[in-house]
Write a protein that binds this ligand. Structure first.
Ligand SMILES: O=P(O)(O)OC[C@H]1O[C@H](OP(=O)(O)OP(=O)(O)O)[C@H](O)[C@@H]1O
Ligand SMILES: NC(=O)CC[C@H](N)C(=O)O
Ligand SMILES: [Mg+2]
Length: 500
């Protein structure tokens, strides 16, 4: 779940793309990049690090032109530590194309061999996004066959791309001298929406918060399988390019990944989290009588709406017991278990008076590896809590994710092949209450209109693209560098490092 943005304007876009990336920082903290275009020339700057650290004034000045795109990366394929795999990616033919991608291709390895053997294209990194760019470039080449590029050629190319690639992808690319192309996979697993500014600027972005935060009006979501082409003169063309598109967005976006002030596919992320708190409250009652709970405490940041709603329904006080150091990033999206574990303590500190002598119900949005909950329960006990109950607004995460969330192996998931009681013992709390899968789907699904369902694979093991075997999961994981324990990026500190 990286964050992507693209802009076509009639004024310089470097600052606008930078501002958009800041609004997407929660989707990727590992690397950032921007490309702009002027007179068919691309200007690119990308590097590892957070947006504020990657772009200095001199880099910004060099990003010329009225159109461009950008990305913040949260690696799910290839090498988490490689600067070369920061996005955007560039290919010089046909025309010159740069691309940013949010998602994960599940057949990247086979495609890479096919690209070399049949299409005679060389991929120089382990990134699935570079593979995607080359498949697209090849198909655009085939479509145009030396003729001027027309929107229908682009749409024909995207249709063939849909047939060749598998997995999840929200994509924005810039074709030099022509315009911006955006498309979404046939299930709409990863989000993408379009907006417009008062001055005629067109913007495509992962989340609606980017449009709002940069004073653009939300126009609509890009439909699953649809491609939208915005020519450099501002003309917009769009076409459905998939054979059987169905809206099945990733449910984890609503649970944790997206910002609560975004609306995705018609669903308010904030309302989704409130609803999750409501259904969770009912499950809490059946496990721990509310009169045995003195106070409800959220685990900042993402669990707050669910915890507040749960507390209100149970008629219990809602208090802040943990203070978050806002200068430490999101721990879940950091690469490597060592840095994640260290960061929980760096990030959260207790207000001891909220715990002393009380029975506390801690609420988190999800428990994935258990890193956060284990530390937090211990911190609550050290602060003098009498009983520590723990509730998760999402069901147990039991299966690997192959669609752009970095949990590639089941062994790292604390709930995999374990009962709730076994997880409770590991986390060390007095009672553990999870949301159930149906409750979660209903709570969020009730807010959507054209949904065919959700990708909830990490909770129920059902992969919406229907083509994932356990061999695939092993292979996808083999392609990861830096995901496993012992492969920490020792150069990387949990805190943004201004010396980077
Ligand atoms: O079980 P774990 O493997 O620890 O993962 C789950 C935790 O990670 C996330 O928090 P994070 O700190 O990333 O971000 P947040 O501030 O948005 O809650 C999530 O909100 C949970 O708290
Ligand atoms: N989380 C994502 O969307 C990652 C995009 C791409 N698979 C990468 O690893 O760079
Ligand atoms: Mg959290």
């Amino acid at each position: 779940m990286c964050g992507i943005v693209g802009v076509v304007s009639n004024a310089p876009v470097n600052q606008l793309i930078y501002d958009a990336l800041l609004l997407l920082q929660h989707r990727g903290q590992d690397a950032a990049g921007i490309v702009t275009q002027q007179d068919r020339k691309f200007f690119m700057h990308k590097a590892k690090g957070m947006v504020k650290d990657v772009f200095r004034t001199r880099n910004m000045r060099a990003l010329l032109g009225n159109s461009g795109l950008g990305q913040v990366r949260y690696p799910t394929a290839g090498n988490a530590f490689s600067e070369e795999e920061a996005q955007p990616f560039y290919v010089n033919a046909p025309f010159g194309i740069v691309l940013v991608h949010n998602g994960n291709l599940t057949n990247a390895k086979a495609l890479k061999a096919e690209l070399f053997n049949l299409d005679h294209r060389h991929i120089n990194t382990e990134s699935d996004s570079e593979v995607l760019l080359n498949v697209l470039a090849h198909e655009i080449e085939v479509s145009t066959r030396g003729l001027p590029l027309q929107p229908q050629d682009i749409f024909a190319a995207v249709s063939r791309v849909h047939q060749r690639i598998k997995g999840s992808y929200a994509v924005i690319c810039h074709i030099a001298g022509h315009g911006l192309l955006a498309f979404r996979d046939p299930f709409g697993i990863r989000p993408l929406c379009i907006g417009k500014g008062a001055d005629g600027t067109h913007m495509v972005a992962s989340e609606s918060v980017v449009l709002e935060g940069t004073s653009h009006q939300f126009v609509r979501d890009v439909q699953p399988g649809e491609a939208v082409f915005i020519a450099l003169d501002g003309t917009v063309h769009s076409q459905q390019c998939a054979v059987n598109p169905q809206l099945m967005p990733c449910i984890f976006e609503f649970v944790y990944l997206a910002r609560p002030d975004s609306v995705m596919d018609g669903i308010s992320v904030y309302q989704a989290r409130l609803n999750l708190g409501e259904t969770l409250a009912k499950r809490v009652i059946s496990t721990v009588p509310p009169n045995e709970i003195d106070v409800v405490i959220p685990i900042p940041e993402s669990s707050r709406p669910s915890a507040a709603q749960l507390a209100q329904l149970l008629g219990l006080p809602y208090r802040e017991g943990f203070v978050k150091n806002r200068y430490v990033g999101r721990t879940f999206i950091m690469p490597g278990q060592g840095v994640r574990k260290k960061s929980v303590r760096q990030k959260l500190n207790v207000i001891a008076s909220e715990f002393k002598g009380r029975n506390v119900l801690l609420v988190d949005d999800s428990i994935v590896r258990g890193t956060t909950s284990k530390e937090i329960v211990q911190m609550a006990r050290d602060a003098g809590a009498r009983k520590v109950y723990m509730a998760s607004a999402a069901p147990p995460v039991r299966y690997p994710n192959v669609y752009g969330i970095d949990m590639p192996t089941s062994s790292e998931l604390v709930a995999h092949n374990r009962t709730v009681e076994e997880v409770r013992e590991i986390i060390g709390c007095d009672a553990l209450i999870y949301q159930d899968v149906d409750g979660m789907k209903k709570a969020i699904g009730a807010l959507g209109k054209n949904l065919a369902g959700f990708d909830a694979s990490c909770f129920d093991g059902v992969y919406v693209t229907g083509d994932i075997s356990s061999d695939d999961i092993v292979r996808l994981n083999e392609n990861r560098v830096g995901a496993e324990e012992g492969q920490e990026d020792t150069s990387r500190l949990a805190l943004p490092n201004h010396a980077d």
